[in-house]
Design a protein around this ligand. Structure first.
Ligand code: EZ4
Ligand code: CO
Length: 415
């Protein structure tokens, strides 16, 4: 069974997606997600200009060998563009293998270990009343775990707050955010503002109010989005301890894994990190020193199903669980891959879930479904996701960027 074609498909059904479609000489079709939010065309070029031709004629069954060929063969290792490209090839080949077997992909990964993947949804608001409404809305939809992000008094626009009042803020004069996600269609990034001291004072008051309103049971999560120094992160973790978070995410920038040691010394708030990591190597210190509790890598950015399964197995040795990144910039192909893996592995933790737009679902026709707070992968052969070229043609690529972040004195800060 040889690979006959590898097409790179770029479309924008409400937001941009890069999809790889591999077809074999006997007509099997597999899909892989290669979406890198705000840098989509770099991955499209890597796949189109440097990988597609290498795949033609290869045995579509040789997933591991193809992974090693692309990873070792690039010579230039790791990095988000390379690893998203390899991820797309790997995912598409797993999709094909499962279709050839006539089985849903999770069966090839060991079969179901649970009835579904527990998800968390994103509640947010510029203030407490708006936040409470958002939490109630999510509970009504069936979510059993909730990420909480709010506005901060004195700041115009803050990461993670999908609010009509927040949309269009910043000084770049661009369109509103889409899909409740921060990337906006614009020629240049929107600029947001940040004040760490105001955040550190405000965050515990928000969680206290949420616990008072919604009680002690509801699992609550929070994302600090790489903005703190180790000692600030330690302080935040400590101040949130009374509110019993499920996790605190990305407290420090990802480049310096050793920073987590300092945080860990001071707080028992569980930590999640890794949505911007690319490989197993990024986790080595964090796992071996047990500095984190949850792995945030998605299939899409960590080199595919082959590579992420290896990361999860390594994590399991240290009682660390999965907590896969699942914003809308992970396409339905990437989400489906995460669900097949998540339902099979022994150390599943939680899956992030933001519903895609209707146009996105029309294009990809996912067969996974949301039921009572759980996501369940489709039972048909393969990943259970499609790609409708006609729908895609109606949604051409549009440039979009994630925001940048400045402190109140104008200096650049981590976004
Ligand atoms: O900012 O997916 O936990 N979720 C996140 C996301 C990321 C975006 C970047 O593309 O941090 O909202
Ligand atoms: Co995050």
């Amino acid at each position: 069974m040889k690979i006959a074609s590898a097409e790179v498909l770029v479309s924008s059904p409400g937001r941009n997606f890069v999809t790889l479609r591999i077809t074999t000489d006997d007509g099997f079709v597999g899909l892989g997600d290669a979406t890198l939010n705000g840098r989509e065309l770099a991955v499209a070029s890597y796949l189109r200009d440097h990988i597609a031709a290498l795949l033609i004629g290869r045995d579509a069954h040789q997933i591991e060998d193809t992974w090693q060929y692309l990873y070792r063969g690039a010579y230039w290792r790791r990095g988000p563009v390379t690893m998203a490209s390899i991820a797309a090839v790997d995912t598409a080949l797993w999709d094909i293998k499962a279709k050839v077997a006539g089985l849903p992909l999770y069966q090839l990964l060991g079969g179901k270990s649970r009835v579904g993947c527990l998800t968390y949804g994103h509640a947010s608001g510029v203030d407490l009343p708006e936040l409470f409404d958002s939490i109630r809305e999510h509970l009504d939809q069936g979510y059993r775990a909730i990420r909480v992000q709010t506005g901060i008094p004195g700041l115009d626009s803050v990461y993670g707050v999908a609010s009509s009042k927040n949309a269009g803020a910043g000084d770049s004069g661009v369109s509103a955010r889409y899909d409740h996600e921060p990337a906006r269609r614009s020629a240049v990034p929107v600029e947001e503002s940040w004040d760490t001291r105001a955040y550190l004072r405000h965050a515990p008051t928000v969680f206290e109010a949420v616990r008072n309103e919604f009680g002690p049971e509801l699992p609550l999560l929070h994302d600090s989005h790489h903005r703190l120094t180790p000692i600030q992160a330690a302080k935040l973790g400590k101040s949130l301890e009374p509110y019993d978070l499920f996790w605190l995410e990305d407290v420090t920038p990802a480049e310096n894994q050793a920073a987590l040691r300092r945080v860990r010394e001071h707080t028992t708030t569980p930590l999640a990190i890794g949505e911007v990591f690319n490989t197993i190597w990024d986790y080595r210190e964090l796992f071996e020193e047990q500095l984190i509790d949850y792995v945030r890598s998605p299939v899409t950015h960590a080199g595919g199903i082959t590579a992420l399964r290896r990361i999860f197995d390594y994590a399991a040795v240290y009682q660390i669980k999965s907590g896969v990144h699942g914003p809308t910039d992970i396409s339905p192909v990437g989400l489906a891959a995460a669900l097949h893996l998540g339902i099979a592995i022994p150390n599943f933790g939680i899956q992030e879930y933001m519903k895609h737009s209707a146009a996105t679902d029309e294009l990809f026709r996912p067969t996974y479904f949301f039921d009572g707070g759980y996501l369940v992968p489709g039972d048909g052969p393969g990943l259970g996701v499609d790609y409708d070229d006609l729908v895609a043609d109606a949604h051409p690529y549009e440039g979009a960027y994630l925001p940048v972040n400045r402190l109140l004195d104008g200096s650049m800060h981590d976004w």
